[in-house]
Design a binder for this molecule. Sequence first.
Ligand code: GLA
Length: 667
Amino acid sequence: MNERMAAFRARLGGFAFGGDYNPEQWDRRVWDEDVALMRRAGVNLVTLGVFAWASLEPEPGRFTFEWLDEAMDLLHANGISVDLATPTAAPPVWLSHGHPEVLPVMADGETFGFGNRLHFDPVSPRYRHHAAQITGALAQRYSHHPALAMWHIGNEYGPTAYTPQSAVAFRDWLRRRYGDLSALNDAWYTRFWGQRYTAWEQIDPPAVPRTWSNPARRLDFKRFVSDALLECFVLERDIVRSYRDDIPVVTNFMRFYQHADYWKWARAEDAVALDIYPDPGDDDAHVAAALNFDLMRSLRGESWLLMEQAASAVSQWRVNNVKRPGRMRLGSYQAIAHGADSVLFFQWRASRGGHERFHSAMLPHSGTASRTWSEVEALGNELPLLGAAAGTSGTAHVALLFDWDAWWGLELTYGLPRNDFDYTRLATEHYRPLLQAQYAVDLVSFDSSLAAYTVVVVPNAYLVSDRCAEALARFVEDGGTLVCSYFSGVVDPANQVRQPAYPGAFRRLIGAYIDEYWPARGDETFELTFADGTVAASDWWQESIHPETATVLARYTGGFLAGRPAILDHRLGAGRVVYLGTRLEQTALRDTLLGAVRDAGVAPVVDGAPAHVEAVRRGEFLFLLNHSDSDAAEVRVPAGVDLLTGERVGGSAVLAPLAVRVIEEIR
Ligand code: GLA
C-alpha cells in the first residue's frame, strides 16, 4: 500500500462504507435527509459527481460549482468523506453536438451518439482537451477541501472507436512498438494473403466486423485500445496530482473486463477498485465473484476497494432478480475476505427516472420502510466490528495464470481449431475446485514473479510470452508443480505458431509434442482411464499427444484416439508438470488438480469443510462464509474470537445457512 492509500486508510479508520451519491438529481431539501440517513447507516465515504459534467459545466468554460460546494460542505459537516469523481464518462450535449468528432464510431460504422454515456472517442484531442479542462477546474477548486479523501477518475473506461483519428493514433502506437514497417510486416506475417504494407498511412483499425482479418493486427488493436484508454486516465490523474499529490487516485474496474489490461492499469493507480454485480439469479455466481476478487487483490498484491455493488437487483439484464435476505451481507463479506477494504454501492438513493430507475440502491424508492434499507443499515453498523482487519492481506501458495494477452489471443483473433473458447469460463473452471476445497489462490500475469508459489495453474494459455514460458520452466525446474491445460503455449505474442510445434513454448515443459488438435464434434464425450484404474469423462477437445519424456497419467479408452494419452505427468528438474490434453468433467478436473496441489504439500485454509463453505485468511483473521441457504456447516477452526459476535471459538465452529464468521486467531 502506498503512502497516499495509507493516509486514506488512516483517515477512514477501518472499512469504507457508502456509495455513489448523485445529489444533482434531487432538490436541495432532500440532501438533509440523505446525510441524516447516511449517518444512521454508518456511511463514511461517498463518490460524488460521476456523471455530473452537464451540471458542472453547462456551457463550455462556464462552471457552476455552487451546488457541489454545498454538497461537499454538507458531507464534511456530517463527517462523511468524499471520493470526488471527474465527470468525464458523460460528456455534455454541447460537446457531442458542437464537436461531433468526439463521438466514437463503432466497428459497424455507426456513430455512438449523445443520449447514453461513454460517448467519447478516447483518442479525440477535442475530448481530451475538454476532459482536462473540467478536471483542472475541479482540482483547482476542491483539492484542499477537507472532505476530499480520494479522486475517482472517469467511470468504467471502455469505449473503442474506429474513427480516422483512431487510425492515426493506432499508427503512432504501432510505430512506437515496431520502429519500422518491415518489423511490423514480419510480426503481422503480412506475406499471407499479400497484406504487405509499404507506408504507415495504409494501416487502419480492423473495423470491418468480420472474423477473417489478420490475427496479429486484431491483437495489436486490442492492446492499443487498452493503452489509449489508459492515457485518458493518466491525463486526468496527472492533472489532479499537479494540484495536490497526497490524495489517492483510482478508477473503477469491472468484472472480467476484456477491453483494458488491468495488470498494466493497476500500476498506474494508487489502488485497485472494482465494480461487481454477481447475478442473484445464479446460485453459482459467487465462484466467479471470488475469482474476480482474488484478481483484484493480485493486481497490486494488496488490499483493494469494492467501489460498486448492488444493494439488491440491478436493472440492466433481461430479468433482474433481487438479492434474497442475507445475500447482500454475505457478498459484501466475501469481497472483504478476499481483500476489499470497502463496501460501496451504486448508488445511495434510487433515481426516480433514467435508465436505472429500477436499479436497487442503499436507500430504495420505498425509503427506510424496506428490507434493503434494513440490511444496508445493519451492515453499515456491523462493519466497524471488523476494523482491525482492514488493510491486511493473506498469503497464497497456489497461483492461477490470468493474462489479457492470453485472453485476447484465444477469443478475439479467430482462425483457431475452434473459435468458441471462453477464457473467463475456463479460468473459473480451474479456479472452482481450489475455492471449494478452501485453498488460497493468487492470480498471476505473464510478468509476475512466481517465487512465492508452490503450484501454478495455467488454464488454456494459447498465447504466451517468452518471458512467461521461461519463468514457468524455471519454476518447475526449481521444484514447482505446474498444472497446465490443453491448447497452451501455442503461439508467440505476434500470434504466430511457435516452431517447432506444438505446443512450441511448452514442449520441453510438458515432455511431449502434439501433432494435431482435435476439437470434439458437437456433444461428443470421451472416456479415459487413469493409471490407477479410475475412469473419467471429458468433452470439447482432444489432442494427438506424443510423449517424449513425460509419462502417461490417463489414456482414452474409446473413440479414434483410444489407447492414446489424454493426461501427462512430467518430472522436470526438481518439479512436476501435469498436462491436461482434454476438457475433463468437473469431478475429474477437481481430483486431478487437487491431487497435484496436495502432492506438492500445499494445505488448505481449513481442513475438511464442505464445498459450499469459503474460507479465506487475511493476516490473523479467518473469514468463513456459508454460501448455502439450506445447509449448515461445521468447520474446524483455530482458537480465537468471532469479531461479529464477540464469542470465543476453538475446535469447531458452526455456520448456519448464509452465515459469516470472522475469527481473530489467538496465537
Ligand atoms: C456500473 C456503473 C454505474 C451503474 C451500475 C449499474 O457499475 O458504474 O454507474 O450503471 O453499473 O449496475
